[in-house]
Design a protein around this ligand. Structure first.
Ligand code: NDP
Length: 460
């Protein structure tokens, strides 16, 4: 936590966009419900909606993606305001400065096309809006290492690092925070959590749907930029980092940066890229697109703890099911006592991040009877409902609230972002061959080869 004063206005660039509609309005209502939002919320976009139109859009968003709470919604409506205008027009920002009135510590949230980040940041600075302000930047933070550095340089000319919040909503998920919590709140894992006992680590982020009407966006992005450079490398940093000295945000982010810097840059021979067969027929996708919708890869961490332990990632669209799993497979027990020893992969710690949330430990027990045969069992350490249900905070609610109070723990720091780009940069510039795959399966067969000597992909 920090002792910084809370923001006294929230300015949302991109209020008419897809992200605001799907995630932000419901998060704002949830913040009001928890009495964590009591400052003006100013939307900025190009479309000239009336006040009533904006409130109706908020109502439709919350009704579609959450449950409307009449009292909280009424309060939210009273906080909502707007400034319409193009982001390339300085007059838009003059109007915004006027609309901010006496606000001294606004939080600017940029949910706009990434090509507009520099324009908006420069106009905010020129119009005198940035003194005392914080800024939230939506992903992607650049398209590669070079552009991420340029974006960071631009941001740092206007805002100090502790006022910049690079949002990766994955870090706002309870189940992702629990990776780090479970590791460092318990003593029994630490003796096992290293090259002596861990055989391999596998992360699967599978989605059964295709690009769901967002073909134009996806065709600019691809799987590595969409989920691997950010979400999945953040997960690896929590899994593989050394213990931070405390929960001070910089202590945690220092360890994340350190471990990411010890991951070897990815090379094409450790990467399988795929594209599902009907991808090029999707609206907005180029008919000759070479953008990957699937990747399977092997990372190596050059550290005392992890030397020789492969970290496998598999992520893709149009696959057999939707689930995100982290599987830490332990080395098998030596087969010296029992003739039928537990096979490779029998002992593991599995974190299921979606669709359900669970932590399970895999073990072997004796089959009842005369022989000494074994059978797999799974211990359930924790299981829960979906993210955002009941008393859990939804990721955007959590992160918006944190940014408004200046708590950067769950936001990506500049060096963490750049270290993650440095890992994938070589294969973005020089990708592996692109293989086609059928929807409803598990991607190209070559992906199975990658893990063949480690017992295959867990759960297929
Ligand atoms: P959209 O294209 O749906 O929305 C863009 C928003 O920016 C709209 O409000 C649009 O206003 C406004 N805008 C665009 N150009 C201008 C301009 N020149 N002047 C004024 N306003 C302008 O984008 P998304 O909401 O999908 O994404 C926004 C950001 O969030 C992107 O960085 C994206 O990568 C990120 N993101 C999105 C996710 C999602 O699920 N959608 C998930 C994670 C990150 P108008 O409608 O009036 O034109």
């Amino acid at each position: 936590m920090t002792d910084h004063p809370a923001s006294d206005a929230l300015v949302f660039f991109g209020i008419t966009g897809d992200l605001a509609y799907k995630k932000i309005f419901p998060a704002l209502q949830a913040l009001v419900q928890r009495e964590r939002l009591n400052v003006p919320v100013i939307g900025v976009a190009r479309s000239q909606l009336s006040d009533a139109d904006l409130i109706e859009r908020a109502r439709a968003s919350i009704t579609e993606h959450d449950t409307l709470d009449p009292a909280a919604f009424q309060k939210l409506s009273s906080l909502l305001g707007h400034v319409w205008g193009d982001y390339s027009d300085a007059a838009t920002f003059t109007r915004l400065r006027e609309r901010l009135g006496n606000a001294k510590r606004p939080l600017f949230y940029l949910a706009v096309p990434p090509s507009l980040f520099p324009t908006v940041v420069q106009h905010l600075a020129d119009s005198g809006c940035t003194a005392g302000a914080r800024i939230v930047i939506e992903k992607p933070f650049g398209r590669d290492l070079q552009s991420a550095r340029s974006l960071n340089t631009l941001l740092r000319t206007v805002f100090p690092e502790d006022s910049i919040f690079r949002i990766d909503h994955y870090l706002g998920k309870e189940a992702v925070q629990n990776l780090m919590y479970f590791r460092f709140a318990n003593t029994f894992l630490e003796p096992l959590w290293n090259r002596h006992y861990v055989d391999s680590v596998q992360i699967t982020m599978a989605e059964s749907m295709g690009v769901a009407g967002r073909g134009a966006f996806y065709d600019e992005t691809g799987v590595i930029r969409d989920v691997i450079q950010n979400h999945l490398l953040q997960i690896i940093s929590y899994l593989a980092m050394e213990a931070p000295s405390s929960t001070w945000p910089e202590a945690i982010r220092d360890e994340q940066a350190k471990v990411l810097r010890t991951i070897r840059p990815l090379s094409p021979e450790h990467l399988v890229l795929g594209q599902f067969r009907s991808y090029r027929q999707e609206p907005g996708v180029a008919p000759d697109s070479r953008v990957p919708t699937f990747a399977a890869l092997q990372l190596a961490i050059d550290s005392w703890r992890w030397e020789g332990v492969p970290f496998f990632i598999r992520a893709g669209k149009c696959l057999a099911e939707s689930r995100t799993d982290v599987m830490v497979e332990l080395k098998p027990a030596p087969p010296v006592v029992f003739q039928q020893a537990a096979p490779r992969g029998a002992n593991y710690v599995r974190f299921r991040l979606s669709p359900d949330v669970a932590i399970n430990i895999g073990a072997y027990t004796k089959v009842p009877g005369e022989g000494m045969a074994g059978q797999p069992v799974e211990l359930s350490v924790a299981s829960g409902t979906r993210q955002g249900v009941g008393t859990r905070l939804g990721p955007y609610e959590r992160l918006l609230g944190d940014a408004m109070t200046g708590d950067a723990t769950l936001f990506a720091r500049q060096d963490v972002v750049e270290a993650a780009w440095a890992i994938v940069d070589p294969v973005i510039k020089d990708p592996a061959a692109l293989l086609e795959y059928d929807c409803g399966g598990w991607g190209p067969a070559d992906a199975d080869q990658l893990v063949a000597s480690f017992g295959g992909w867990a759960g297929r």
